[in-house]
Design a protein around this ligand. Structure first.
Ligand code: ATP
Ligand code: MG
Length: 368
């Protein structure tokens, strides 16, 4: 088990900087998920930890030892990839036991450890099969077993589930978390799937264009996103944003089309400041037209099974809400909305950063 310390790490390819001043400490035994859109540098960060890429500037330490100059095999990391990279001509048992064979572990001990590891990932009945005779999920288990058997200090996962169908993904993600709870090795798991991130992580790291936007528990990140970027990225369906200007005299956000959303407390914004009021679809309630805080026009209703997602427009701004109601007015009709401002988020319109003082003020006052 080992702590990973990433200190001021920068990575450039030629003149292109793809990672800039990244700082992150991953605690001993922790399961950290790196989340972000394609191209933001998730795999690069993993590869830098594993030693598959060289750091341009900064330092990485594993278990207190700076590993900048260590070879990948000296770092004690096991990596599990999206394409399992199994040896096709070897059986499951041979694939799982390969690292031990290379390390010169005697056959009897090797067989015993292979059997034990295979059992822990539910592969006991497949030891004699070749990878070509396995399903995608079973192959993924072989890749996991192959990593586990090395008893690494650190597990690095690069989108290991993205080749699996939706149902199997959920099953394997439970499996990975169960195995982690058992062996408690420090784990870094990369994905662009927020559900995977939210459900697996002790802490989430949200990346944006080679930098870290926010680090926190899934609940912290969901409840208090540090920026518009994080707020828009985490949560499905996504948070609504209403751009406007703060009016101190009215203690309200005045939307571009003139609609006024009165705030229940002082948000600490300056008069005339451009802001974005964020509200999640689950924090909006329906009223008769003219009887809410604001009116919206219904564009399309999507049935999600347990609930319905209404896609609306407020003036020209897209806005959505979730309701359990099955009935809905005809498309094009106007409906009133009440925003539960206890759950509102206010962001600086210029910087996109969360206005920290704001939320406390808004939350301190009960909704009207
Ligand atoms: N060898 C390389 N030379 C130049 N640029 C590279 C190289 N490897 C990666 N990059 C660039 O670095 C950026 C980050 O790549 P990376 O693979 O880390 O992204 P990612 O977040 O893992 O994306 P994805 O979700 O698509 O896997 C990308 O813009 C990519 O084009
Ligand atoms: Mg990647």
């Amino acid at each position: 088990m080992a702590e990973i310390a990433i200190r001021n790490v920068t990575k450039t390819y030629g003149k292109t900087t793809i990672m800039q001043g990244v700082n992150l400490t991953i605690h001993n035994g922790e399961f950290v998920v790196i989340l972000g859109p394609s191209g933001c540098g998730k795999s690069t960060l993993l590869r830098l930890i594993a030693g598959l890429e060289e750091i341009t500037a900064g330092e990485i330490a594993i278990a207190g030892q700076v590993v900048n100059d260590l070879e990948p095999r000296e770092r004690g990391c096991a990596m599990v990839f999206q394409n399992y990279a199994l040896y096709p001509h070897m059986t499951v048992a041979e694939n799982v036991g390969y690292a031990l064979k290379v390390a010169g572990v005697p056959k009897a001990e090797r067989m015993a450890r292979v059997a034990e590891t295979a059992k822990s990932v539910g592969l006991a009945d497949f030891l004699d099969r070749k990878p070509g005779q396995l399903s995608g999920g079973q192959r993924q288990r072989v890749a996991m077993a192959r990593a586990i058997i090395r008893e690494p200090k650190v597990f690095l996962f690069d989108e290991p589930l993205s080749n699996l169908d939706a149902k199997l993904r959920v099953q394997m993600r439970h499996e990975i978390r169960r195995i982690h709870n058992q062996i408690k090795a420090t784990s870094v798991f990369v994905t662009h799937d927020q559900h995977e991130g939210m459900t697996l992580a002790d802490r989430l790291v949200v990346m944006n264009k080679g930098t870290i936007e926010q680090v926190g528990t899934p609940a912290e990140i969901y409840d208090r996103p540090a920026s518009l970027y994080v707020a828009g990225f985490i949560g499905s369906p996504a948070m609504n944003f209403l751009p406007g200007q703060y009016s101190a005299a009215r203690r309200a956000v005045v939307l571009e089309g003139g609609a006024v959303i009165g705030l229940p407390g002082d948000p600490g914004a300056s008069d005339g400041q451009f802001v974005q009021l964020g509200i999640r679809p689950e924090h909006v309630a329906l009223r008769a037209p003219g009887h809410g805080m604001i009116d919206a026009r219904l564009e399309i209703v999507e049935d999600l099974g347990a609930s319905r997602l209404w896609n609306l427009r407020i003036e020209d701004i897209p806005f959505s809400l979730i309701t359990e109601a099955r009935a809905h007015p005809p498309v094009g009709a106007t409906t009133g909305l009440v925003l539960d401002l206890r759950h509102a988020h206010l962001f600086d319109g210029a910087t996109g950063k969360r206005m920290e003082t704001t939320l406390g003020a808004l939350r301190a006052v009960p909704a009207q």
